[in-house]
Design a protein around this ligand. Sequence first.
Ligand code: FES
Length: 354
Amino acid sequence: HTMLHSTPHAILIRTPSGTAGYQAMADERLLDAGLRAGHCLPYECATGTCGQCRATVLHGQHRDLWPEAPAAAKLRRERGEVLMCQTAACGPLEVALPKGAEQMLEPHCWPARQQARVSGLRLLNADIIELRLELSAPLDFLPGQFVLLGAPGVTGYRAYSMVNHDMPATALTLLIKRKPDGGFSTWLFQTAREGMRVDLFGPLGKATFEADTMQDIVCIAGGSGIAGMMSIVGAIHGQPLRGTRRTDMFFGVRAAHDLFYASELNALAERSNGLLQVTVALSEAQPAPALIERHPALRFAHGFVHEVAMHGLRPALEAPTAFLAGPPVAVDAGIRMLMKQKFPLQRIRFDRFG
Ligand code: FES
């Protein structure tokens, strides 16, 4: 990898409360390098969508790695504003963070870069591959976190949530959705084979759930958005008799042939003593009796996942936190539904991806 052989550049970060210095490789994102060096830089998505990593370049040359990033539209370029997750240094660089931008990261989950080996590829339906990666160094992460993946010859990194929840992990399970626009997904569907290496950076993400708090949860997932929620419900309901926390999960797919993880969810629901209630929403078909019989601990409904969730939420849930993930239309509809139900916005976390 060329990046590993290039000379690092000195980066100086100015904040209202002080300065921080670190080194970044020529192709490395300023955000990744800073987090790797242990600095509490602000970020949320790490993939150019949220705009939380906005900073102003004061001195030095830099390169914009993805000028069309969704959050780039909000930048005031004439003032030197950049997204730290989409910017690389071409020499020494001095950057200022906006006021109030310093945040605290969970100190036990510092992200780091490593190489991982493809150890398994399994087609879950026509559009989703389950990718297993063997790590070269064990990884500590919280359920709901994600990693960035890059492949040889592919520009840019994509974010994928972990399905597994074991800590520390020596392998990761991720869901990759087929995309028409190339990048990592095309590489995975067309080129990837067992034994190939990928670049991994993580863990990242703050939409996390700790297994040991009592708070109830609502999960609404469309398609591969189920990934992070598998990690969350696995950590909470995987062991018998762990607390009294209730989870209402709604999993939307188009039809029965798109459904995956049904037996895993059925086993989790069975083991949970009624604390985990899983409803599968089929948007294009009525659930067949055979499907229902095969998964006695799951509920099935016909409809869009947010509509099914609206009717299926247990009234007994106490001040639950909601977590939504999936295609933007599904997530937006879910958020609107929850707000209509007077769900406070600060207890809604979401991950929209195309
Ligand atoms: Fe979200 Fe950079 S961290 S745009």
